[in-house]
Design a binder for this molecule. Structure first.
Ligand SMILES: [Zn+2]
Ligand SMILES: [Zn+2]
Ligand SMILES: [Zn+2]
Length: 180
């Protein structure tokens, strides 16, 4: 898509007023770059900083990072983790959880209320408030399941309980800066 016009999908129009209002409340100016980064996050869905920078040749990567941080601080975008790479950014108003296929990498959106029971129990039993927008569930999509040979051999012997990939789940990203 090469047009700068607002997308003709069902997203609400970019709330430039809201952006400038929230920036002003912090003593910051509305800039073209800030508006562009916000608009592009809304258009691309789940964009990484690199993808945003590629889409916006006028905005260098460092500015993209700084702007995303700012937009998250003022509550207009959220980040989420779809794998081991860089975080992805999405509009704050998109309330859904992500379901990622670890075979093909497909990212599906799922209704956030799927985790309501989990959220309620964590809150009532541990006083823990779930940040469900941060939430990614990994598994295998329908296509990848059907392309695998049927597991009809020795049902008495379950496959190894650990995931076959054996990749490290070391949390490389830092949440030190997360203010939420
Ligand atoms: Zn898949
Ligand atoms: Zn999403
Ligand atoms: Zn995070």
């Amino acid at each position: 898509m090469s047009t700068d016009a607002h997308p003709h999908d069902d997203q609400p129009p970019v709330a430039d007023d809201e952006l400038s209002r929230r920036l002003r409340a912090r003593g910051l100016r509305m800039t073209e770059q800030r508006a562009q980064v916000l608009e592009t996050v809304r258009r691309l869905e789940h964009a990484t900083p690199d993808q945003l920078s590629e889409t916006l040749p006028d905005v260098d990567l460092a500015t993209v990072y700084r702007t995303l941080e700012l937009l998250e601080e003022i509550g207009l975008v959220r980040h989420t983790h779809l794998g081991h790479g860089p975080a992805s950014y999405r509009p704050a108003e998109d309330d859904h959880i992500h379901v990622v296929c670890h075979s093909c990498g497909a990212v599906l959106d799922a209704p956030a209320d799927l985790v309501d029971a989990l959220a309620r129990r964590l809150q009532s039993e541990q006083g823990f408030a779930l940040d469900r927008a941060h939430f990614t569930v990994f598994g295998q999509c329908r296509n990848c399941q059907s392309s695998e040979p049927a597991p009809n051999a020795s049902p008495a012997l379950p496959p190894s309980a650990s995931t076959p990939q054996g990749h490290s789940h070391g949390n490389k990203h830092s949440h030190e800066g997360d203010s939420h």
